[in-house]
Design a protein around this ligand. Structure first.
Ligand SMILES: [Zn+2]
Length: 299
């Protein structure tokens, strides 16, 4: 079965969704979708990741459409908000899954709720809605849709647990879908041999090291704690790892300015030292972008 995975909010102009406890919904929905996708693939589902640079809601409200051809199930990921318990009262507000009012069966969604709740979140259960644009659009196309409200972004108790159990939450979502669609839920098949202190990029981190078939592995989730970016390329269907230093060195001034730098260097052959000199100027970013524009105009 083909599953379309949608990370809520984001897009251009940027909709951060809800914010709280130092988290931004649009960022977390993408991290979750990225973590859930390979787990669903492992169960044999064919996962289509909705373009993470887009906000499905905005695309639809601007007259666009969703890539629903051949899709059997749509899973949309969000975080809930509205309790303002940023100090933490010791109890989570919890998890819930929204489905369309006319949705016939909710066993998949109940399984997701139950599995997330098993990690310590209050189970708010499956709720029915008929006023959500993306959900209604998918429903009209005759496809089941579920919106996971993972936990409350403005509840410190929820987010403390979220931080500690991020990958377990992703796994709970994937396992819930697998269970709901009648697959045998797999146990995590790697075996923690020992916790080792490892130097990664000059920083010291405790990582779970796994010995399997004579080879050593470090869990990807531990790399993420060491500030590596774990990404998922929806087109190539492969996970990617970006080390923190590379990231910082490549674009300290942002993507747009970097593009302008590339344009200037490739068209009029300005040297690195010249670029650094230009960027040091108070309005260097704007100057570089203007120069690139002017140069492109002539090309
Ligand atoms: Zn949301």
């Amino acid at each position: 079965m083909n599953i379309l995975l949608i990370a809520g909010h984001g897009g251009t102009p940027y909709d951060p969704g809800a914010c709280g406890c130092g988290y931004t919904e649009a960022v977390e929905t993408r991290r979750l979708a990225t973590a859930v996708a390979p787990m669903l693939s492992k169960y044999g589902f064919n996962v289509t990741m909705y373009d993470q640079s887009k906000d499905a809601y905005k695309v639809l409200s601007n007259g666009g459409s969703l890539p629903l051809f051949g899709i059997g199930y749509v899973l949309e990921i969000h975080l809930n908000a509205g309790v303002s318990d940023t100090g933490g009262n010791g109890a989570t507000t919890g998890t819930e899954v929204l489905v369309h009012t006319a949705e016939s069966g909710v066993s998949v969604e109940q399984a997701i709720c139950r599995r997330i709740a098993a990690l310590g979140f209050k189970n708010r259960g499956v709720k029915r809605r008929d006023n959500l644009w993306v959900m209604n659009t998918v429903h009209r196309a005759g496809i089941s849709h579920a919106l996971v409200e993972t936990c409350f972004i403005d509840d410190a108790d929820d987010m403390k647990l979220y931080k500690a159990k991020f990958y377990d939450i992703a796994r709970a979502i994937a396992d819930g879908v697998a269970e709901g669609f009648g697959k045998t839920v797999q146990k995590e098949d790697d075996e923690v041999v020992e916790k080792k202190t490892v130097i990664i990029d000059g920083g010291i981190y405790t990582c779970s090291c796994i010995m399997k078939n004579g080879e050593n592995y470090i869990k990807m989730r531990d790399l993420e704690q060491a500030k590596f970016d774990i990404t998922y390329d929806a087109e190539k269907k492969l996970p990617g790892i970006v080390p923190p230093q590379t990231r910082a060195q490549v674009y300290p001034w942002g993507e747009e300015v970097q593009q302008a730098i590339d344009t200037l260097q490739s068209t009029i052959g300005l040297e690195d030292a010249t670029m650094v000199y230009l960027l040091k100027y108070q309005y260097g970013d704007e100057l570089v972008k203007k120069l690139a524009k002017a140069v492109q105009g002539k090309a």
